[in-house]
Design a protein around this ligand. Structure first.
Ligand code: GRF
Length: 198
């Protein structure tokens, strides 16, 4: 039976689109819902255009009470009975209560070669450090931010004259290759890390 995959977004959802479009044919997963904390997230229309249900749970009304926000998220998810959650540009930190509940069943994509540059502004930080290589990582989500077991990485070169934006664009191309590849393997029970180069 197919694994039911929920995808969480906050913005444009370009990784989400790649995940949704990959889950066809003999893929062992199928999308069941796309959830956003931002009502204006452009990814919501893209999910609906693909016939995938969407849910919006705004975080603002919870005034920083992350556990209460997550309870609302869990209630919204329940009818879809997901087996897995893919975070795809979901810009809320999750509490240990939520990550423990989904341990081993929740993935994230992060735009750096973890363990380097956890958190934000990864492209600017790679440039400031003078790195010759940068990239992205898909990992299992644990209570510590951007820290769970690594399931795959894709590397890109840092080029002369790169800005955070040009580097982000180069990394994003690899995110779109890496995340669907890792999800397919993960749905099939394969957690062996994959390594891609641009
Ligand atoms: C990606 O770079 C992802 O790695 C980061 O946020 C960005 C989301 O882009 N967490 P998109 O919404 O998938 O287009």
């Amino acid at each position: 039976m197919s694994r039911r995959v929920a995808v969480f977004i906050s913005g444009s959802g370009s990784n989400m689109v790649q995940l949704l479009d990959s889950m066809t044919g003999d893929h062992p997963g199928r999308p069941c819902v796309v959830l956003s904390n931002e009502p204006t997230a452009a990814g919501l229309d893209k999910a609906q255009a693909r016939g995938v249900a969407t849910e919006i749970i705004r975080h603002q009304p919870f005034s920083g009470d992350r556990a209460a926000f997550e309870s609302a998220v869990s209630a919204a998810l329940a009818p879809y009975a997901p087996d897995l959650i893919c975070l795809a540009g979901f810009m809320r930190k999750l509490t240990g209560g939520f990550t423990d509940q989904w341990q081993g069943r929740m993935l994230n994509i992060h735009p750096s070669l973890l363990p380097k540059y956890k958190g934000l502004n990864t492209h600017a930080r790679a440039l400031a450090a003078g790195d010759s290589q940068h990239g992205c990582t898909v990992h299992e989500v644990t209570a510590a931010l951007d820290d769970g077991p690594i399931l795959g990485q894709a590397k890109v070169p840092v080029l002369e004259g790169d800005t955070p934006d040009t580097l982000a664009d180069r990394v994003l191309v690899q995110e779109h290759r890496l995340y669907p590849m890792v999800l397919r393997r993960f749905c099939a029970g394969d957690r062996t890390p994959v390594h891609l180069t641009a």
